[in-house]
Design a protein around this ligand. Structure first.
Ligand SMILES: [Zn+2]
Length: 258
């Protein structure tokens, strides 16, 4: 199997896993996924496709440079965005249009070490992002595996119009995250919208999403017993830098499988 075919098969399997309705991460046409083919192009879910039953027909190949150019230029109307996204597709004569959220996929996939993106609207996570205390209550870490899987902190995005504006906001926020923490983020929380898992591998994207789901449920549960008791900064730092935890992090990222 070529690298391209392999990326397609991995992306389909990851999409089915994230879209499995019983997990509560996405229903109907919610969410979208992408996988990097190489420096020039990537695969992304087509507009209207459903994660749970997506096939090759629901996935389009898109040019990195043509999509990334849209992030730097002047503001674009909805019609212009649609036309330019369609024009950015490759090997897609008469095929479906890429998702409007393709823009942030292009940016996140261009970060070093990132190969797959899974964007979902989990019930558990959106119970938080749709609440007034969403930033405050996710500002601390609750347990070690949360840090190992999801990173030391998420990137926070206040509600933003989907499309170019959202992608530009994500780009700026990720750049300041990298300045603050010295590494790329694993997760992005979007107010009144959902979660983006940023992974080197399919298993990393799935682990981040599953662990955010668990974290959100644990956080909700803490309010039955007096509210969250966050780990101390010292304990968080210790988990984040411990060698055995680093090995586990590598495992999660699938880097030990070669
Ligand atoms: Zn979305």
């Amino acid at each position: 199997m070529s690298n391209k075919e392999q990326t397609m098969q991995q992306l389909i399997a990851m999409s089915h896993w994230l879209g499995e309705e019983s997990r509560g991460f996405a229903i109907l046409g919610e969410g979208n996924t992408s996988g990097k083919i190489g420096d020039d192009s990537f695969y992304v879910k087509a507009s209207g496709a459903q994660l749970s039953n997506i096939s090759e027909r629901g996935i389009v190949e898109v040019s990195f440079s043509k999509v990334l150019d849209m992030l730097d230029g002047p503001a674009l109307t909805d019609a212009e965005i649609k036309a330019r996204l369609k024009a950015a597709t490759l090997n897609n004569d008469g095929g479906p249009a890429p998702s409007i959220e393709t823009l942030f996929h292009a940016y996140l996939l261009s970060l070093p070490g990132v190969n797959f993106i899974g964007h979902t609207h989990p019930i558990s996570v959106n119970s938080i992002t749709c609440s007034s205390g969403w930033k405050q209550f996710t500002s601390g870490r609750l347990f070690p595996d949360e840090i190992v899987c999801c990173g030391i902190a998420p990137v926070y995005i206040d509600y933003t119009d989907p499309g170019v504006t959202l992608a530009r906001t994500i780009k700026e926020s990720v750049e300041s995250y990298v300045k603050q923490y010295g590494e790329r983020p694993k997760s992005v929380l979007m107010q009144n919208h959902g979660l983006i898992a940023v992974g080197g591998t399919v298993s990393e994207v799935q682990s981040i999403t599953a662990m955010w789901d668990k974290t959100a449920k644990v956080l909700a549960g803490t309010f039955q017993f007096g509210g969250p008791n966050y780990m101390t900064a010292e304990a968080v730092d210790r988990i984040y830098t411990r060698p055995d935890e680093l090995d586990r992090k590598k495992l999660i990222e699938g880097l030990n499988r070669e």
